[in-house]
Design a protein around this ligand. Structure first.
Ligand code: FAD
Ligand code: SF4
Length: 460
């Protein structure tokens, strides 16, 4: 069997100077070699590893036959956002983790092949078949236009429902637009896939903060028969240590939104600069921390360090992105936790007092629990800090609806079978239910909710 094809990346010294894509995607030749590595298993475990059940061997076989149009159609039977998933899904923990070729060797590069098929469609301006939907006279509202909302809306539209998607920001896409940076997920790709959802018949209304501009009760009064809430986990968490309100300490959410959505990286072309020093520390080791660190580097920071309380083995970020960050020169300070931010005389952060950690027994996250080492405090230089230690569910809708049953973290509770909340006719899914998770798990929830909403409306 031939070797797994490597994703071609731009050279680190070149890519850290701009926000253009790091990964360039497979060439046709590479895609054909990689597709031939799939042994077309009779019981393909990869499909079970995909939260939206893509028929992976079937689309890979179509790539092998060079029938790219049929390959992308096959993917879109289950996944409406393939160019996005092919770029950001943690395949190493899902389909590729269980790929049978991977048992004795290196798994098939399923994600890169998905991206190849999706990019082929975008590059050749092919339009996936859009059926002339027979509209049912039943209206469904979807609140939040991240991957959960977009998927649910698209699937309901395919079933013939009249779907209106409400988004609080001026642009749709959720974290795909305001969180994940351009060099990992170009915004024109996100908007092209949203266009596909619109072509399925979904109407998107932006600048609509449900719970403020309009309440959920008003949506029912407007004639919506069911509502899917997919408002995500955008509320930043802070460590709760002294000094966290100092100048130039950002939540990752604020930092990335200013850069991605308000285009701070294009200042002065855009009127929204971001104040960044020369020694930047990003706290945390998930995708959000790595994105923040790599953005800071591209904005011109002299040194960027990831401070993390566990080791590299426990880092939740995608492996590919950890490797990319290392190549780009991001430094790691591991087994280290901040305990105090130290100001300069003008109220800007100057240093961080940290403590060394050691790993104990696994905790509820099944990762080994970090324990502070007594007397090991030390100080590191940091004139900019980006806090990326997690996000909680957006509280607006839960606060506006006191009858909604919530979990401990303020997440909306749903029946896992029906995706219905404690209020009949209101469904929820994605990060607002699970807490911060992944694009594909949010999409899986959106798909499941669409089926459940259809069943509910038929019974009604
Ligand atoms: P979101 O994407 O958060 O979308 C929710 C939407 O609801 C937003 O557009 C918001 O504006 C809107 N909204 C909120 N309140 C209201 C309201 N009251 N009325 C109307 N609209 C409202 N996952 C991966 O799989 N791979 C990655 O590489 C990856 N990298 C990430 C990098 C960053 C920086 C971040 C922040 C997350 C990353 N994730 C990644 C996680 C992934 O993006 C999320 O799990 C996913 O976007 C959740 O989807 P969602 O639809 O539930 O919510
Ligand atoms: Fe192909 Fe791997 Fe899926 Fe088998 S498990 S069908 S080899 S991708």
């Amino acid at each position: 069997m031939s070797e797994r094809q490597k994703m071609p990346n731009r050279k680190p010294q070149e890519r850290i100077k701009d926000f253009e894509s790091v990964a360039l995607g497979f060439s046709e030749e590479q895609a054909l070699i990689e597709a031939a590595r799939c042994i077309q298993c009779k019981k393909p475990l990869c499909v079970g590893g995909c939260p939206v059940d893509i028929d992976i061997p079937a689309f890979i076989e179509l790539i092998k036959k060079k029938d790219y149009e049929a390959a992308i159609k096959k993917i879109k039977e289950k996944n409406s956002l393939p160019a996005i998933c092919g770029r950001v899904c943690p395949q190493e923990d899902q389909c590729e983790k269980v790929c049978i070729v991977g048992k004795k060797g290196v798994p098939v590069s399923i994600g890169a092949l998905e991206r190849f098929a999706a990019d082929w469609e975008l590059a050749t301006c092919q339009k996936s078949e859009i059926r002339d939907q027979k509209k049912l006279l039943v209206k469904v509202a979807v609140v939040g236009s991240g991957p959960a909302g977009l998927t649910c809306a698209g699937d309901l539209a395919k079933m013939g429902y009249d779907v209106i998607l409400f988004e609080s920001l001026h642009i749709s896409g959720g974290v795909l637009m305001y969180g994940i940076p351009e060099f990992r997920l170009p915004k024109k790709i996100v908007q092209a896939e949203i266009e596909y959802i619109k072509n399925l018949g979904v109407q998107i209304k932006t600048n609509m903060v449900i719970g403020k501009s309009m309440t959920v009760d008003e949506l029912f009064k407007e004639g919506f028969s069911a509502i899917f809430v997919a408002t995500g986990a955008g509320l930043p968490q802070f460590p709760g240590i002294p000094g966290e309100n100092l100048n130039r300490i950002y939540s990752a959410n604020e930092f990335l939104t200013r850069v991605n959505l308000m285009k701070a990286y294009k200042f002065p072309q855009y009127d929204t600069p971001i104040n960044i020093g020369s020694d930047v520390v990003a706290i945390g080791a998930g995708n959000v921390a790595f994105d923040s660190a790599r953005v800071a580097l591209r904005l011109g920071a002299r040194s960027v360090t990831i401070v993390y309380r566990r080791t590299e083995n426990e880092m939740p970020a995608r492996i590919e992105e950890i490797e990319n960050a290392k190549e780009e020169g991001i430094k790691f300070k591991l087994l280290t936790a901040p305990i105090r931010f130290i100001p300069d005389e003008k109220g800007f952060v100057k240093e961080i007092e940290c403590i060394q950690m050691e790993l104990g027994e696994p905790d509820e996250s099944r990762r080994r629990r970090p324990i502070p080492k007594k007397g090991s405090e030390f100080v590191i230089k940091a004139d900019t800090v980006i806090v990326a230690i997690g996000q909680s569910p957006n509280p607006l809708i839960p606060h506006a609806m006191p009858l909604l049953k919530l979990g401990k973290q303020g997440n909306i509770m749903v029946d896992t079978e029906t995706m219905m909340t404690s209020i009949p006719g209101i469904f929820a899914g994605g990060d607002i239910v699970t807490g911060a998770d992944t694009v594909i798990s949010a999409m899986g929830a959106g798909k499941k909710a669409a089926v459940a909403i259809d069943k509910y409306l038929i019974n009604k």
